[in-house]
Design a binder for this molecule. Structure first.
Ligand SMILES: [Zn+2]
Length: 300
């Protein structure tokens, strides 16, 4: 058994990290100045998580500097974990904090990428919330994607299928420009929905996708199509998507030949880095040391 430090020292990717919530709680608390009560704690699914976001983290973020501070903290905590490539999502809604000035928003992101270039490769990802103002998305997304500042896009929000066609044009644009396409699916939803999202948006990668493990034919589909799932076991545990780590299907997915990487999702809420999650999986006998090396090397 290796020490946690061995996993930290190994270069790695985090391809599932929401940069406004990607820092340790200690980092956030020092910056925010006011605690989130009874936190961190296991949550009853995404609804409880979103009520904490609405009541605490979102109101605390108002200005361009606030957005940059949050992203900075997330990047520094990723660097401390030995992450060398960070595909971190920045929500399109943050354009609001830049007085709806998309150019200023893009410039700030480019500045962040350049600032850390010698320590970590930041690949900004455009985060698209299903529940965000559709008019604003239609207005901003094409320009933001056209800028090439974003290396990938990710659609997230309630895991429902109705309404997803309204986002198809953005994925089509990303396809034309050769930008990586991802979406959140199969966190709580089933294998069929994972396959549907992959086919409908022609996804390159799935954020979560653990629902696929309920159907061997969908695992085979993902393996054959070489669709990577950026899985976040600690998030799944803390949100109740799996009853325990031992029940997590990551090993089943890997053994079926599905490409898997480990992501933090929201370190602020879930508290475990990529290295810590891999260490836990090995320590609890859920994956082998060989699997751990494969996870660490994924995407490098
Ligand atoms: Zn996520």
């Amino acid at each position: 058994m290796k020490d946690l430090q061995d996993y930290i020292d190994h270069p790695k990717v985090d391809a599932h990290n929401h940069l406004n919530l990607g820092m340790r709680y200690a980092s956030y608390l020092h910056w925010a100045g006011a605690p989130i009560p009874n936190f961190p704690r296991p949550l009853d699914g995404l609804d409880e998580m979103h009520s904490i976001i609405s009541n605490y983290t979102r109101p605390r973020c108002q200005t361009p500097d606030d957005v940059v501070d949050l992203v900075d903290m997330s990047i520094n905590d990723a660097i401390n974990d030995g992450v060398k490539i960070l595909e971190g999502s920045i929500d399109i809604g943050f354009v609001i904090h830049f007085n709806e000035d998309t150019e200023l928003f893009l410039r700030s992101i480019t500045d962040i990428v350049n600032k850390y270039a010698d320590k970590i490769e930041i690949r900004p990802e455009l985060g698209l919330g299903k529940t965000f103002d559709k008019d604003k998305i239609s207005r901003w997304a094409p320009e933001l994607i056209e800028s090439r500042v974003f290396k990938s896009i990710d659609l997230y929000g309630p895991e429902v299928q109705n309404g997803i066609e309204e986002f198809k044009f953005i994925f089509d644009q990303a396809e034309r420009l050769g930008i990586k396409k991802k979406a959140h699916v199969g966190e709580f939803s089933d294998a069929k929905s994972v396959r549907h999202f992959v086919e409908f948006f022609e996804l390159h990668e799935v954020q979560h996708g653990i629902g696929a493990a309920q159907d061997d034919s969908v695992l085979k589909f993902l393996a054959n199509q070489k669709i990577r799932c950026n899985v976040c076991p600690q998030s799944n545990l803390m949100l109740g998507a799996v009853p325990s780590l031992k029940d997590h299907p990551i090993k089943k997915m890997m053994d079926a030949g599905v490409r898997v990487s480990i992501g933090t999702d929201d370190l602020l809420f879930f508290g475990k880095t990529v290295s810590e999650q891999i260490f836990d999986l090995v320590s609890q006998g859920i994956i082998t040391e060989k699997d751990a090396v494969q996870l660490l090397n994924e995407g490098l």
